[in-house]
Each structure stands twice: as C-alpha cells, then as structure tokens.
Design a protein around this ligand. Structure first.
Ligand code: ATP
Ligand code: MG
Length: 333
C-alpha cells in the first residue's frame, strides 16, 4: 500500500522552485488517488531564526498555496507539523539512532551552516533526523521532493534500517524518494550554479508564487542568460546552466519535455524565448496567486483546515509512536 508524505518549510514565501519541484507534484499524487499527507513544517523552519509574526503569516500563506494549487483537504491530509507533537517525540528517538557523522555529511547542513557551524543551531544539525521522523511517523512509502532533498530521504532510509537492526524488528519501511519531472532542481535566475530558494537574500534570484505579472516579467527579462541562440536539443545546453534552467522551467510549466520545448524554440534568441516564458509563467501562476490572496482574507478558515488535518494525522501517528515506544522499552501507564 502506498502512502505519500512531504512537507515545505514556512521559512519565507513560496517560490517557483517549490511549486514545480514539490507542490505541483503533490497535487498529481493526490489526483492519482494515493493516500497523501502534506505538512507545513514549521518546526523545521525555526532551525534558522524566524520572526514569530512572520512565521505565523508564512505558515498560513504556505497552506493557502497548497490549497490554491489544487490540494483538497478532503482528499489530502493538510496540517502544520507543530500541531502533531508526535513528530518531535519520534524525532528525539531518531536523534538517538542517527550518528553525528551522518549529519556532518549532509550538504544542506554544510550549505546552511557555512563556515560558522559553531553559531548554527543544534536544530539545524538535527534537521534530517526530524525529517526522518516526519516521514516514518506515518510509515510513508513515497516522498515527492526536489533533487536537493534526495540525500535527506536516503538518510531517512539509513535511520529506518538502523532502528530495525538495533531493535531487531521489521518496523519502519525503507521510503523511496520520488524525484520526477523537468524541474526537480530549479536554479537561481541570477546564478545558474545555485538552487532557487525562498531564503535567498536576493528577491531577483527567484519567482515568488505571490509575484504579480509585472514582477514576473521583470525577473525573467533580467534573468541571466548568454548571447547564443537556443539549440535544437538539450545536449546543446550541457555547459549553459542558465539557459538550461529557463528551458526546464518552460517545460515543467507547459507539461512538455525540455526537448519538445527546444523543438519549438531551437534556433531562436532569448529575445523571443523570454517573452514566451513570461506569458506562460503568468498564465499558470496568476490564478494560483489570486486564489492565495483570496484565501488569506480568511486566516481563521486556514487555521481550521490545518487543525482538522492535524487531528487526522495524529490518528495515524499515535499508534505508530506507541509501538515505537514499546519497541524501545519506554514504560507507559
Ligand atoms: P529554504 O531556502 O528555506 O531551505 P526552500 O525553497 O529550499 O527553502 P524547502 O522548504 O527547503 O524550500 O523545500 C520544500 C520542497 O521544495 C522540497 O521538496 C525541496 O526539494 C523543494 N525545492 C526547494 N527548492 C527547489 C528548487 N529550486 N527546485 C526544485 N525543488 C525545490
Ligand atoms: Mg530548502
């Protein structure tokens, strides 16, 4: 039986990378009729500083993004992590299963802590262990993520395997990452070697789900490219990361393959391709941002949806956590 879990941090506004790499594929999986749980991982977000008011707003805005993009609270379980305390409880058990060396090898840790690891929070170091708890608390079999999270899902498998081995049980599943589509790693619009991120200091590096048409047009027009025309196939973009990124974005938005995009645009200059990309991006994103703005008018309704989802999530999580406690040897009355 398949069960899908994934999450996004309310660590800023949603980007096109989050939409194409995660949310759009969350919707596809929901629409395939698979059991799906999608979380707003607020406890992950505070591994770096979040202003409390901003965190509240970003949590509701992310939930609004889920809904506006097509997630349906009757078909998917939509909730925020902190309303299901079992995530933290299982996370602690996994902190005692995972090894320091495993965490030290995580590229997200190295990227986010940078050279100043002494000043990073302990939570940032333990991030992958909490993420393993998010997934395994539901015995999720599949996790749709962008390419940057592949290493964390593999670590989740390592934690599951070590737990099963240490306690001599066949309890936690070995979860599969699902990394599919043309835009599994959307790059910054300013630097083709950097991932587009909601926490990037430069707003010009990303398209936000709440950007209006003029802003989207300006950001795409100013996106870094090169002076060559587009080639006829993706092979011709092997050493042109910025051009490759724009073609992949187009393909993901249009639900085409990148080679199909180049079949249409091969030989053309960016002066022709960029306006077509602007039209496509505005066409696909404007309805979502309009709906997000409408939903944000009624934050109490969003809070109700998250609370309802949390109750359903807990119903799945509680027996799995209780069984985990029994396996570990925790006494309960
Ligand atoms: P932050 O910069 O705070 O880490 P983020 O934009 O990386 O924010 P996350 O909440 O860390 O967003 O990730 C949520 C999901 O979005 C994950 O599945 C991640 O792989 C995916 N994702 C994030 N950025 C991209 C991107 N540039 N391209 C494709 N998928 C992405
Ligand atoms: Mg991230």
């Amino acid at each position: 039986k398949h069960r899908v879990f994934s999450g996004i941090q309310p660590s800023g506004g949603l980007t096109l990378g989050n939409y194409l790499g995660a949310i759009k594929r969350f919707v596809d999986m929901q629409d395939q009729g698979i059991e799906t749980l999608y979380c707003v991982v607020d406890m992950h977000a505070i591994t770096v500083w979040q202003d409390p008011e901003a965190l509240r707003r970003q949590t509701r805005e992310l939930a609004a993004g889920y809904l506006a993009a097509g997630l349906n609270p009757d078909r998917s379980i939509l909730f925020n992590q902190s309303q299901v305390p079992e995530h933290a409880q299982l996370g602690w058990i996994f902190n005692c299963v995972a090894r320091m060396g495993w965490m030290n090898r995580m590229t997200q840790w190295k990227d986010k802590a940078g050279k100043n690891a002494e000043k990073a929070s302990l939570g940032l170091f333990a991030y992958p262990s909490l993420m393993a708890a998010d997934i395994l608390l539901y015995h999720a079999t599949h996790v749709p993520v962008g390419e940057d999270q592949k290493q964390h899902v593999e670590l989740t498998r390592d934690i599951a395997a070590k737990f099963n081995n240490d306690y001599d049980v066949a309890f936690f599943p070995l979860t599969e990452p699902v990394i599919e589509g043309a835009a599994t790693r959307v790059m910054s619009l300013r630097d083709g070697s950097k991932k587009m991120s909601k926490s990037d200091p430069s707003d010009m590096s990303r398209i936000n789900m709440t950007d209006d048409a003029d802003t989207i047009a300006k950001k795409i027009r100013k996106a870094k490219t090169d002076p060559e025309p587009l080639p006829d196939t993706m092979k011709g973009l092997d050493d042109r990361p910025e051009a490759r990124n724009l073609v992949r974005i187009y393909a993901a938005l249009a639900e085409m393959t990148p080679d199909q995009v180049l079949a249409d645009f091969g030989g053309q200059q960016f002066s022709a391709f960029k306006p077509a990309l602007v039209d496509l991006a505005v066409d696909k994103l404007a309805p979502i941002s309009t709906e997000m703005a409408r939903l944000m008018q009624d934050p109490a309704e969003i809070d109700r949806i998250l609370a309802g989802g949390a109750a359903r999530a807990r119903a799945i999580a509680t027996p799995i956590l209780e069984r985990t406690y029994d396996i570990v040897g925790m006494v309960r009355g």
